[in-house]
Write a protein that binds this ligand. Structure first.
Ligand SMILES: C[S@@+](CC[C@H](N)C(=O)[O-])C[C@H]1O[C@@H](n2cnc3c(N)ncnc32)[C@H](O)[C@@H]1O
Length: 244
């Protein structure tokens, strides 16, 4: 389902709309073997900056998909401004069964599995399209405690999608259930002061951008301070085993 919310955000052409921002993207990309010229799928690529980074670092080919037509239009505009030939952006849902089996060396998905209408199906699709031995790189928020129901409802209303907060164990269990073996994990890097992380998150994150015009902005600020000690993020590299 396409949401107006992400199409609206696409107009701002804002990149790194995920937990950890650019620093988390750098962590994920550091886990890729660029010497092997990998073929990469970026799921929920937003305005496509990570796909463009991957192409510049030596990917043989990059496909970026997103269910938001607005995001893909902005990604295509960003691509046009660069002299890069081996990137394509397409409107496609993560859960759609529309890619060949075992075709990619790396799948990247930043700050988006939480928005899949069917998380298990979307992540299973990622596993299906990865080559055996391929890697799945992801960043997601997790919550030490389940946020108050009123906050969950508010976030869901704002995004036009059901927002279901996960703990670290929930995410790791889901990756395990979909057949991935967890390799590297970084959970809210310790060397980053929490206040700085939160400030950057507020600056980068769409909720604040959007909430500038939102009549409930003061209320949202109050809600977001409830996340301060509770929301952390995970950067993970999961493997599809050779025998799968
Ligand atoms: C928070 S944004 C992150 C965008 C980008 N990965 C980034 O880090 O800047 C979430 C993105 O997920 C996309 N999205 C949400 N559900 C999706 C789905 N089921 N299939 C494909 N894209 C989806 C939205 O359209 C949006 O672009």
């Amino acid at each position: 389902m396409q949401t107006d919310y992400f199409n609206l955000l696409a107009k701002f052409n804002h990149a790194y709309l995920h937990p950890g921002g650019l620093a988390a993207t750098e962590t994920l990309l550091s886990w890729v073997n660029w010497q092997a010229s990998p073929k990469i799928l970026e799921v929920a690529c937003g305005v496509g900056r990570t796909s463009l980074m991957a192409a510049k670092r030596g990917a043989a080919a990059v496909i970026g998909i997103d269910e938001s037509a607005g995001m893909i239009a902005s990604a295509k505009e960003n691509l046009k401004r660069q002299n890069i030939q081996n990137v394509n952006f397409t409107v496609l849902q993560a859960e759609a069964n529309a890619q060949p089996d075992k075709d990619y060396d790396v799948v990247i998905c930043e700050g988006a599995t939480a928005f899949f209408s069917n998380r298990k199906k979307g992540i299973s699709e990622i596993k299906r399209v990865l080559k055996p031995g391929g890697i799945f790189l992801t960043t997601e928020f997790y919550y030490k405690e389940r946020p108050p129901e009123a906050l969950i409802q508010k976030m869901s209303d704002l995004m036009g999608k059901k927002f279901e907060p996960y703990s670290l164990d929930d995410w790791l269990a889901l990756y395990g259930e979909t057949g991935f073996t967890i390799g590297e994990i970084i959970s809210t890097p310790r060397n980053k002061p929490w206040s700085r992380f939160f400030r950057e998150w507020r600056e980068n994150m769409h909720f604040f951008l959007f909430s500038k015009w939102h009549p409930d902005r003061p209320k949202l600020n109050e809600y977001f301070s409830a996340f301060r000690e509770n929301a952390k993020y995970l950067a993970a590299c999961s493997y599809k085993l050779i025998r799968s």
